[in-house]
Design a protein around this ligand. Structure first.
Ligand SMILES: Cc1ncc(C[n+]2csc(CCOP(=O)(O)OP(=O)(O)O)c2C)c(N)n1
Length: 272
């Protein structure tokens, strides 16, 4: 099974434009959360994951789980842009009876697991990684978490479990944008010292700029970094990345762009 080898920067640009239009059309929330992860998701789908859009359920595919399911438009856009389903279907996002629901749904081709209630992706991914080991399969599992999500205790059970079972076929990434829904992670429930915590739990840990495609391609493409240990990538990101008036602002956790704001955002992206 192949890596698609798609230009991830170009993919991320297309994903951002699609995500903005989807959220605007559906009058939905979470555009800041989606823009935060477009670069990470584009690197994964373009340069790292082994998959085939023509065979979404191929047994040898790598598994990707978006645990911060509220940011689903980034993943729906990526899946459509690389051919899992027609790009025109994105217009149905958030409409009545559409499978493209406002939190990620496994009814969509290419999606492994439905999330939205935070704290479920890593425990599920850990089970997947254990199943691959036990059945002697070489596919890998990647889980993308948010920083505020780490307040859910279920993650810390999974962190212990994965290290105990030496799941070096598991890669977790935290989208470390330092913001939650209404204020900073620091003011809500402090997670620092984050990298040291993961290390103390027995994981191999690396830190990266979560908008630097070359560094992320290198790191994610070469995991596991330490034999017998699961890998944790702390990706430092900006919530709302790519649209000046959305960057680093909690407003865009819930707000949906007006027609004028959409136009302005798309103009900025086209000049990026
Ligand atoms: C178990 C659970 N509690 C509360 C929520 C409501 N909720 C949605 S997003 C969010 C936090 C957003 O911050 P973060 O997790 O850091 O993600 P970001 O959007 O900043 O990437 C919360 C509390 C939820 N989805 N699941």
């Amino acid at each position: 099974m192949n890596i698609l080898n798609i230009d991830s920067r170009d993919l991320a640009r297309r994903m951002r434009a699609q995500a903005l239009q989807m959220v605007h059309r559906a009058k939905a929330s979470h555009i800041g959360s989606a823009l935060s992860i477009c670069d990470i998701v584009a690197v994964l789908y373009g340069q790292v994951l082994r998959l085939d859009p023509k065979q979404p359920n191929a047994p040898q595919r790598d598994r990707f789980i978006l645990s911060k399911g509220h940011a689903c438009v980034a993943v729906y856009a990526a899946l459509a842009e690389i051919g899992f389903f027609p790009v025109d279907d994105l217009l149905e996002y958030g409409q009545d009876h559409s499978v493209l629901m406002n939190h990620i749904s496994h009814k969509v081709a290419g999606v492994e697991f439905s999330t939205g209630s935070l704290g479920h992706g890593l425990p599920f991914g850990t089970g997947k990684a254990l199943a691959a080991k036990r059945s002697k399969q070489d596919w890998r599992t990647f889980v993308l978490l948010s920083d505020g999500e780490l307040g859910e205790g279920s993650n810390w059970e999974a962190l212990m479990f994965a290290a105990h079972h030496q799941l070096d076929n598991l890669v977790a990434i935290v989208d470390y944008n330092k913001l939650q829904s209404l204020t900073t992670v620091d003011k809500t429930l402090r997670v620092e010292p984050l990298a040291d915590k993961f290390r103390a739990f027995g994981w191999a840990v690396r830190e990266v700029d979560g908008h630097d495609h070359a560094s992320m391609t290198d790191l994610l493409g070469t995991a596991p970094w330490e034999g017998g240990k699961p890998s944790f990538l702390v990706a430092h990101t900006t919530k709302g990345k790519g649209v000046s008036f959305m960057e680093n602002s909690v407003d865009w956790h819930y707000k949906s762009p007006s027609p004028e704001q959409l136009e302005q955002a798309l103009k900025e992206l086209s000049h990026a």
